[in-house]
Design a protein around this ligand. Structure first.
Ligand SMILES: C[S@@+](CC[C@H](N)C(=O)[O-])C[C@H]1O[C@@H](n2cnc3c(N)ncnc32)[C@H](O)[C@@H]1O
Length: 177
């Protein structure tokens, strides 16, 4: 059986040119429903984490870094980490092309000592689930996701999980109603 972490590392190489083009264009160049879901998620993240220019943010499992780069464009001091060197290479290249001041490093979030504090942390569609690696993230009980997040030992960070986001969408909508 393939080591799940190795599979994450190899993922960008395994998905072919079309898959890598999506990684580069994310959240755009997909069907309107997917692109709008991602953009709406980003909007909610801005709102729920109350992200203001000048704050610091770390994203773990940032992939090709679209959210980290968006956050940097919003004026934050933004840092993305991912276990896959190829993802980080793409993220750095895109940040360079855009002139975005975000930094990207290769790291395993389960064995990571960031050595500093951030105002906030983001794990979006990227939580490692060693207890039930086959189960999709959204089917995991929230308490397991939170336990894994705590296990990531984020110093002083307030983690936001995408499943929690979904739970909060209702609250945001009803406040607006
Ligand atoms: C589904 S992708 C999502 C990437 C990004 N958050 C996004 O929304 O585009 C999950 C990412 O988590 C990364 N990842 C998985 N396990 C990790 C770990 N232990 N440490 C750091 N990154 C990890 C993968 O390499 C992959 O880039």
């Amino acid at each position: 059986m393939t080591d799940p972490k190795q599979a994450e590392i190899d993922y960008p190489a395994a998905i072919g040119e079309e898959g890598r083009a999506w990684l580069r264009n994310k959240p755009f160049h997909h069907d309107p429903r997917m692109t709008s879901r991602l953009l709406i998620d980003f909007g909610h993240i801005l709102q729920i984490l109350d992200l203001h220019a000048g704050m610091s943010l770390v994203e773990l499992g940032c992939g090709s870094g679209w959210m980290t780069r968006f956050v940097a464009r919003h004026g934050l001091d933004a840092h993305g980490y991912d276990i896959s060197p190829e993802m980080i290479e793409i993220a750095r290249e895109l940040a360079d092309q855009e002139g975005t001041q975000a930094t990207f490093e290769v790291a395993d979030m389960e064995n990571l000592d960031l050595g500093r504090r951030f105002d906030t942390a983001l794990l979006y569609d990227a939580l490692p689930l060693p207890q039930q690696p086959q189960a999709p993230l959204r089917q995991q009980p929230a308490r397991d996701r939170r336990a894994h997040c705590r296990a990531a030992r984020l110093p002083g960070a307030r983690p936001l999980l995408d499943a929690d986001l979904a739970a909060r969408y209702g609250a945001v909508a009803s406040e607006a109603a």
